[in-house]
Design a protein around this ligand. Structure first.
Ligand code: ADP
Length: 317
């Protein structure tokens, strides 16, 4: 059997509180890149994929608890930095009487922001760049980093590409995390320039570029120089475009009742990447992404119980 492929997802996972403020709250965890890492590890289990989650945590018991849960999900955590005295970020989800969810964040001081606060090249991620087969990060990974850290992440991505690795960028544009649109546009342009695969949600592209016309934005996104581009459009068919520039349409899976769209795109990314790294075509990979994401939107929360997706996984190879 060939050697396993090593995939690294870089970003921030936060502590999550959910429930009644000043009442009973349930505590768990969440974050876009962590969700992708978990789905990727599940889809890649027994398929020769090793998935690392790279981030920074504190040296506190909550950080210990996060690390243990990631490991229980099959993720490798050797690239996680532990920063004494720092803490993970935190968010609270409250649901109002109409069922609308309201998010409040405490993440400005989160440990993950300081991942690259070291002399250049000194993080475990940079030290192991030569052994990374695929790197995945998102617009949120870029947004949480200070400008110098963002440059270090992009330089790392360039090194992974230069040594023949895959670099996947998932747009996940969150305007509140950016000081202004210009900073976000320039970081996103740098990311799509360095990536070999761009996973783009059309709504986020429209918000980033201020383009009210979906058709016009779609055209621009498909024309990116990135070798492989996937455009996700909720329940509308997914579009994939490989290096041959041919645009292909992949239907989504009809869902009678959408319960919660949290992590739809993250699960799509995990399944898509696992399928591509196994050698599937862009169309077959998008079908895997759509199938898993359709399952995820029928469940509350970001992470499906593993048993609820076991039937979607390929037989161990
Ligand atoms: P994001 O979650 O990144 O905002 P989308 O809303 O486009 O991205 O959803 C990502 C994927 O989730 C879609 O490509 C599709 O596969 C799936 N999905 C989302 N909403 C639905 C839906 N209503 N019915 C079926 N699939 C859906």
């Amino acid at each position: 059997m060939s050697r396993p492929l090593r995939v690294v997802c870089f970003g921030e996972c936060m502590l999550e509180l959910q429930g009644q403020a000043f009442g009973t709250l349930q505590q768990t965890y969440g974050g876009d890149t962590l969700n992708t890492a978990v789905y990727l590890a599940r889809c890649g289990a027994g398929q020769g994929l090793l998935v690392d989650y790279a981030t920074a945590l504190g040296d506190d018991p909550l950080s210990d608890g996060l690390l243990q849960r990631w490991q229980a999900e099959g993720l490798l955590t050797g690239l996680v930095r532990r920063l004494p005295g720092r803490l993970p970020g935190l968010y609270l989800i409250e649901v109002d009487a109409a069922g609308e969810r309201r998010f409040s964040y405490w993440r400005d001081q989160a440990a993950a922001r300081a991942y690259f606060d070291t002399p250049d090249g000194d993080t475990p991620l940079e030290q192991q760049a030569g052994q990374i087969d695929a790197l995945y990060f998102s617009g949120i990974s870029l947004a949480i980093l200070p400008a110098a850290g963002r440059q270090r992440l992009l330089a790392l991505a360039a090194r992974v590409r230069a040594s023949g690795g895959l670099v996947a960028f998932d747009n996940n544009f969150r305007p509140r995390l950016w000081p202004d649109l210009q900073a976000a546009r320039s970081a996103f342009s740098a990311a799509t320039a360095v990536a070999s695969l761009a996973l783009m949600t059309l709504d986020d592209e429209q918000a980033l570029w201020g383009e009210p016309d979906a058709g016009r934005q779609l055209q621009r996104t498909l024309e990116l120089a990135t070798a492989e581009v996937v455009v996700k459009r909720g329940s509308a068919p997914t579009l994939v475009r490989g290096p041959d520039r041919l645009v292909q349409t992949v239907p989504t899976v009809p869902v009678a009742q959408v319960v919660d769209t949290t992590a739809a795109g993250d699960s799509f990314a995990g399944a898509y990447l696992a399928a591509r790294l196994r050698g599937n075509t862009v169309v077959a990979a998008a079908a895997c992404g759509n199938t898993l994401a359709a399952r995820v939107v029928q469940h509350r929360g970001a992470l499906l119980p593993a048993a609820a997706m076991a039937d979607l996984l390929p037989a161990p190879g």
